[in-house]
Design a protein. Structure first.
Length: 135
């Protein structure tokens, strides 16, 4: 399954939506790789780096807004984010260590994250933030 950005992913907070779109763009890069070619190795390596940078930007922004608005699910968000960070670091370490993860595994993980985290967990805080009129 290829996840593609559509209106169902809109969180209603502009910076979150832009960040989520970036995640879709990174996933798309991976989905268009021809695994095994030198070019795809470079794309995968660069995309894993960009995913680490994504986590350094997006997750703290999201957590800050949720904390400022006293969102009661913040601890679970932080745990979920820590898990994502850990998985991306693991993929990166494997890749740099020469034991390259399967591209299909990375894509599957990102697709599941989008389906389970963005559409479920993030949807819950989206409703909460709308009630607080945060955009």
């Amino acid at each position: 399954m290829k996840a593609e950005w559509n209106e169902s992913y809109i969180a209603g907070v502009e910076v979150f939506d832009e960040n989520h779109k970036k995640l879709f763009a990174l996933l798309s890069k991976l989905q268009h790789c021809d695994e095994g070619s030198q070019e795809s190795d470079e794309v995968i390596s660069k995309t894993l780096k960009e995913l680490r940078e994504y986590t350094n930007d997006h997750f703290p922004q999201e957590e800050k807004v949720l904390e400022e608005n006293n969102y009661n699910g913040i601890e679970q968000q932080k745990k979920d984010h820590a898990y994502f960070i850990s998985k991306i670091k693991d993929y990166g370490c494997m890749y740099l260590g020469g034991s390259k993860p399967q591209l299909t595994d990375i894509i599957k993980f990102l697709n599941e994250w989008i389906q389970e985290h963005i559409l479920d967990c993030d949807y819950r805080f989206t409703c909460f933030l709308k009630e607080k009129k945060v955009s």
